[in-house]
Each structure stands twice: as structure tokens, then as C-alpha cells.
Design a protein around this ligand. Structure first.
Ligand SMILES: NC(=O)c1ccc[n+]([C@@H]2O[C@H](COP(=O)([O-])OP(=O)(O)OC[C@H]3O[C@@H](n4cnc5c(N)ncnc54)[C@H](OP(=O)(O)O)[C@@H]3O)[C@@H](O)[C@H]2O)c1
Length: 257
């Protein structure tokens, strides 16, 4: 099994690294610098698209949205029986089908956590993908992170929650670290403390389950310290701000699609 990756940028190189643990990966990129980087990273590199197709069983499309349309038109009639997985934001299955003709397509939406093999990835299969191919996709791409099969109509909502989500998490970590500085820690020390707190809290929620709000109550002793902070979050509309943040991000994503 060989996966041909088109576009060796942030996403393409992250997926190449993760997928190469279980399958052979070949790369094609228009940029000579990226092709050289792929070679240095130990991947087979195709000089052109045709050669990449010749040697690949599956394809991963990982170019910017502005480059994807031309590329898909170029691929028209060339894909044959290969399965094409796209990570291109905002590119619908119907648009892809229109451009490449009747191909087996899977639309995905990963996030930047792919850089460390921990992406949160939504996917929707096109009509031509069999159950067996879907299972194979899940097995293979689980090496890149966690997978969520969703209805394509929820792709923009997922983009807001998980695609843009890391930026909101980074803002939260930064804000908490600044607060730590105000209380007397160095920025680096405060950031590490916050990171470990966030990681540990997420692991607790994953491992022990339950509604996050129940855990808030467990941390909050009557008349104690935490309730003082919770009071400020409630007063300033923390939940409402985040809900509005996701809503606006999702709306923008819908306008771009
Ligand atoms: N980065 C993220 O956090 C993220 C999250 C979710 C989804 N995505 C999606 O992932 C896709 C890739 O994003 P990225 O951040 O990895 O982009 P990137 O770093 O710009 O990588 C894209 C690569 O594809 C190359 N390329 C352009 N046209 C090509 C063509 N016709 N054939 C082969 N290679 C070509 C580009 O070369 P040049 O630079 O020379 O043009 C570049 O090296 C995008 O569609 C984006 O929507 C990204």
C-alpha cells in the first residue's frame, strides 16, 4: 500500500510522518524546496503528478484551497480506482466530484495538532467509498489523531470547534500564563504550570467521564477560593463569549464555503 501525498506543507508533512509508520509514503509538491525537504525527511519523492499517481494506491490532497481547484481539474480522469482523501478546508464533496468526475472521495478536516500526531479529524465519505475502504481509512488515519465521522453539513461547525479550536485553546493558555506572571511567576514557568493543568484536566475528563460542570462543582468548595474565580467568569459572561466565538467562526466558515 502506497499513499501519494500532494502538497508537502504543514499538513502534508505531518500526515506523511504519521502515515509512514504503517504504509509507504510518496510525496509530490510543486515547490522544489519542499520536495528536497521530503527527501531529507526520508520519503520517496515524485517529480510530477503523473508519476505520483502511477505509484500510489491512495492519494492525500493537502494543498491550499486556492490551489486545490486547478489541481483537481488536472486530476480529472486520472484518479481511476484510487481513493482520494482531501484535507482542504471548505472544499465540498460535491465540488470535488464535479471537478474530478466519478472518484472515490473522503473529505476530512484536521487541525494543527497533526504536527504532533494528535490531530482531531472529522471525515465524511463520498458515495463511491465502500464500507471496507472506510474501515481501512479509519485504521490508517488513526495514526494521525482521533477521527470523527460526521455529516458533511456539520463540517463548518467542526471547523470552528476543532479546526480553529487550537487557536482558542492557545489564547486561553496565554491568558492564564499572563495571570500567573501577575501573581509572580516567570512567563515560562506559568505557561508550563497551565499546560500541565490543562493536560491533566483533559485526561481526567477523558478517563473518568461525566459532565465537565460536575467536576467544576467538585473543585469548588463552599465559600472557598475557586468560587471567587468562577464568580468572575459568570459575571463577565465566559460561557456566552465562547459560544458567540464558535458561532461567529462557524458562520464565517459557512460564508467561505
Ligand atoms: N494548517 C492548518 O492548521 C490546517 C488545518 C485544517 C486544514 N488545513 C488544510 O490543509 C491544506 C494544506 O494546508 P497547509 O497549511 O499544509 O498548506 P501549506 O503549508 O501551504 O502546504 C501546501 C503545499 O502545497 C504546495 N502546492 C501548491 N500547489 C500545488 C500543486 N498544484 N501540486 C503540488 N503541490 C502544490 C505548496 O507549494 P507553494 O508553497 O510553493 O505554493 C505547499 O508546499 C489546506 O487546504 C488547508 O485548508 C490546514
Amino acid at each position: 500500500m502506497k499513499v501519494g501525498i500532494i502538497g508537502y506543507g504543514n499538513m502534508g508533512s505531518s500526515f506523511a510522518r504519521a502515515l509512514s509508520k504503517v504504509v509507504e509514503v510518496v510525496v509530490y509538491d510543486v515547490s522544489e524546496e519542499k520536495r528536497e525537504r521530503a527527501l531529507r525527511d526520508g520519503f520517496g519523492v515524485a517529480k510530477g503528478l503523473e508519476f505520483l499517481l502511477e505509484v500510489s494506491n491512495w492519494l492525500l490532497l493537502s494543498v491550499k484551497p486556492k490551489d486545490a481547484l486547478g489541481l483537481l481539474s488536472e486530476l480529472k480522469g486520472m484518479i481511476g480506482d484510487r481513493l482520494l482523501v482531501s484535507v482542504v478546508a471548505g472544499l465540498s464533496l460535491s465540488k470535488m466530484e464535479e471537478l474530478v468526475g466519478g472518484a472515490k472521495l473522503i473529505r476530512t478536516m484536521p487541525n494543527i495538532n497533526a504536527l504532533v500526531g494528535k490531530a482531531t479529524i472529522a471525515f465524511t465519505c463520498g458515495g463511491g467509498v465502500s464500507e471496507e475502504e472506510k474501515e481501512k481509512f479509519i485504521k490508517l488515519f488513526s495514526n494521525c489523531g482521533s477521527l470523527y465521522e460526521i455529516d458533511e453539513s456539520l463540517m463548518e461547525a467542526f471547523t470552528a470547534l476543532a479546526g480553529s479550536g487550537p487557536a482558542f485553546v492557545f489564547k486561553f493558555v496565554h491568558a492564564m500564563a499572563l495571570a500567573g506572571v501577575m501573581e509572580g511567576f516567570s512567563y515560562e514557568r506559568a505557561r508550563d504550570i497551565v499546560l500541565d493543568t490543562v493536560l491533566g484536566s483533559c485526561e481526567l475528563l477523558k478517563e473518568l467521564g461525566g459532565n465537565p460542570e460536575e467536576w467544576v462543582v467538585k473543585v469548588t468548595s463552599p465559600g472557598g477560593t475557586t468560587i471567587e474565580g468562577i464568580g468572575v467568569l459568570e459575571e463577565r459572561g465566559f460561557v456566552g463569549i465562547l459560544m458567540e466565538c464558535i458561532k461567529r467562526t462557524s458562520e464565517k466558515s459557512k460564508r467561505l464555503t
